[in-house]
Design a protein around this ligand. Sequence first.
Ligand code: GLP
Length: 236
Amino acid sequence: MQIIKMEKEKIYEEIANYYEKRINENPRIVLGLATGSSPIPLYQKLIEKYQNKDINFSQVKTFNLDEYVGLAKNNEQSYYSFMNDNLFSHVNIDLNNTYIPSANPEHISNYIELLKQNQIDIQLLGIGSNGHIAFNEPGTSKDSTVHKIKLDQGTIQDNSRFFDDINDVPTEAITMGLEDIMNAKEIILIAIGKGKQNIIKELNQCEAYNQNIPATILSEHPNVKIYVDLEAGELI
Ligand code: GLP
């Protein structure tokens, strides 16, 4: 697990250039995608690269990490809408090649099956202030796969910034499990801003998986880069 501290702008430039290289080397690449504010500048850079004809998404396949339970697909806060608004509708990706989990029990088993058939080449992650990755909250077991969870009160509080009222934030979500994330060939996590200082400090000190901080599982993966900006990395 390599922690790389650099200026925010440089982080996105470096990761976007890396995605460009990897997609050009393998146009059928399988990407694990994330939501939240951290990936947005990366998606903007990928859209620019598409517009400049540096990237072609026509054969790229994507799997999203998570989705709220109880929001209509077209609700502006659903992760389905997030992906369309921030990436998919701006590039030439085939929407049939984009997958986002949903809480329908049949859909959960399909998603598990699809992830078995399509190993993710690069999994993008953000991190919650409590150390969650995707929506794997503290206490999640190592061998978890796609499952429904109850959001922690802290996560509801953190994510309420996107909603008009905290009572509008869903209390449940569907998420890839820790095992699904660890199955990716390579993982890139982005942590930006002061709010991530403490969790990045803990992650930097960890030597093995600690159930109370789900992201510590990444210390057991052979190919992980954690990009932190100067604020998120201030305590390391
Ligand atoms: C949500 C998502 C996570 C994401 C986290 C951090 O809880 N489910 O996948 O990593 O937010 O969000 P941000 O990037 O806005 O800090």
